[in-house]
Design a protein around this ligand. Structure first.
Ligand code: FES
Length: 184
């Protein structure tokens, strides 16, 4: 009886492992199909490398390693060359990012207007540190040095939206817009 039970548990475990493996393979294939169509959109031409990487990043919120390998193969480039572009521009991330990127300016002007306290409050609200992503994959927090609009600091940029003269009181309201998805 005990051995029957053990055998059936082993079979069940194997079935789950196979299913998870298939799911994973399916999702990887789907993802790479998207990458393939992005490359195709630019006729697989090297001169469009940055646009291709931007589109991939827009799709995944970061640049997955598999995608970079595919780009290198299709554009007939060395993977190291693709990586050097991907790491040169700050807009690209090789680490998974949340749906929304929150950038708090800690340049001198924003700093003297309380940028540090703003960053701390956002960390508290999102329960993450700088460079981290919330568990639900909604937000990634980063700090930046001067966004060129010092007179209206402190500045917090979420995705491409500039929030100026941000106060501690405003933070919850600003983040809630993105939590609810009514930021457009
Ligand atoms: S220091 Fe923040 S925008 Fe310049």
């Amino acid at each position: 009886m005990a051995s029957l039970l053990t055998n059936s548990l082993v079979e069940r475990k194997e079935e789950i492992i196979t299913r998870v493996g298939l799911e994973e393979r399916r999702s990887i294939t789907t993802n790479l199909e998207k990458v393939k169509s992005i490359i195709k959109k630019y006729n697989g031409e090297k001169r469009w490398l940055i646009s291709i990487l931007l589109d991939i990043q827009a799709e995944y919120n970061f640049l997955p390693k598999d995608a970079l390998i595919m780009v290198a193969n299709h554009l007939d480039m060395l993977l190291t060359d693709v990586y050097s572009v991907a790491t040169f521009y700050k807009v690209f991330s090789l680490k998974p990012r949340g749906k929304h990127l929150v950038s708090v300016c800690l340049g001198t002007a924003c700093h003297v207007r309380g940028g540090g306290r703003i960053a701390d409050k956002i960390k508290q609200e999102l329960k993450i540190d700088v460079g981290e992503t919330t568990e639900d994959g909604q937000f990634t927090l980063e700090t930046v040095r001067c966004l060129g609009c010092c007179a209206t600091g402190p500045i917090v940029v979420i995705d491409n939206d500039y929030n100026s003269q941000v106060s501690l009181k405003k933070i919850g309201k600003i983040l809630n817009k993105y939590r609810r998805g009514d930021n457009s």
